[in-house]
Ligand binder design. Structure first.
Ligand SMILES: Cc1ncc(COP(=O)(O)O)c(C=O)c1O
Length: 273
């Protein structure tokens, strides 16, 4: 069952003038609910607030969002909460008024059941044809414009391929359609630089913090596809799946290696047996 709250009310309509609908003028967060807790809630609220600041959208208070999440959850223990914040209702045209009031849409979805082998044995990736455009102004934030991901995800129907790598125009790996990418090369953890495009994922941040805790050296830099394909280990991550090791990219095979395993153990991302 899906539950919703629009500006705090379960029965409220969303205006057809909403700027999120017209222009993708807004942001979203997708959060895992496990054992009645919203995982990484503080990180999600921080990224949302930061995105609102960068787009000059009025930020709903964290107190409001936290209490609305609790209301939405009720006694539900497992699921996924999506928060969408849009700039508010439009007049006609791209220009926005100084006093726009943001709209908040909260949705509770049932839990997603991915195959346990995705965590335990790893997944296969493809390399998408659809490229990511570069724009420093939007890089890192989780804005509502996701047409590149929609186009990329439409490139395959094979259920044996769990995710698709996305490159920028220069052929550098940026992320996958719904997740961030890490690789290990000579015991060094690496993840792409996201200063031109890509979403700075909450799980990516947690992996980076965990690498520090485990004293695993980390580099954030441009990673051409050819370098990723030659890596010793590859994994992807997001807030819902945690970490999935990668065992194949197209025809290139990988081992589920020790650094991926250490990070998975520390972050407790394995599904309970
Ligand atoms: C395009 C894209 N990149 C990265 C991520 C990972 O973000 P997070 O770790 O915050 O879930 C997502 C998650 O939905 C995404 O859609």
């Amino acid at each position: 069952m899906i539950r919703q709250l629009i500006n705090g009310a379960s029965e409220a309509p969303l205006s057809i003038l909403d700027r999120g609908l017209h222009y993708g003028d807004g942001l979203f967060e997708t959060m895992l609910v496990a054992n009645s807790k919203i995982i990484h809630l503080v990180d999600h609220l921080y990224r949302l607030r930061d995105g609102c600041r960068r787009l000059n959208i009025s930020t709903p208070s964290s107190e409001t969002l936290v209490s609305e999440c609790a209301l939405l959850l009720g006694d539900v223990k497992e699921g996924v909460i999506k928060i969408i914040v849009t700039r508010g209702d439009a007049t006609r045209g791209y220009r926005y008024a100084d006093n726009q009031v943001a709209n908040r849409i909260l949705i509770l979805y049932p839990p997603v059941h991915y195959a346990e082998q995705n965590w335990r044995c790893g997944i296969t990736l493809r390399v998408c044809q659809t490229r990511l455009g570069s724009n420093r102004q939007l890089a890192g934030i989780k804005h509502l414009n996701r047409l590149e991901q929609v186009m990329a995800r439409a490139e395959w129907n094979d259920d044996d391929i769990a995710e698709g790598i996305m490159l920028d125009a220069a052929g550098n790996v940026i992320e996958a359609t719904m997740s961030n990418v890490f690789m290990v090369e000579n015991e060094q953890l690496m993840t792409p630089d996201l200063s031109e495009c890509g979403v700075a994922g909450i799980m990516r941040k947690n992996v980076i913090d965990s690498a520090q805790t485990l004293q695993i050296p980390l580099k954030i830099e441009n990673i051409p596809l050819q370098r990723l394909v030659c890596a010793d280990e590859v994994f992807i991550c997001n807030s819902i799946i945690g970490i999935w090791p990668v065992i194949a990219i197209a025809k290139q095979g990988f081992e589920l290696g020790p650094i991926t395993s250490k990070l998975m153990n520390l972050l407790k991302v394995l599904p309970s047996a």
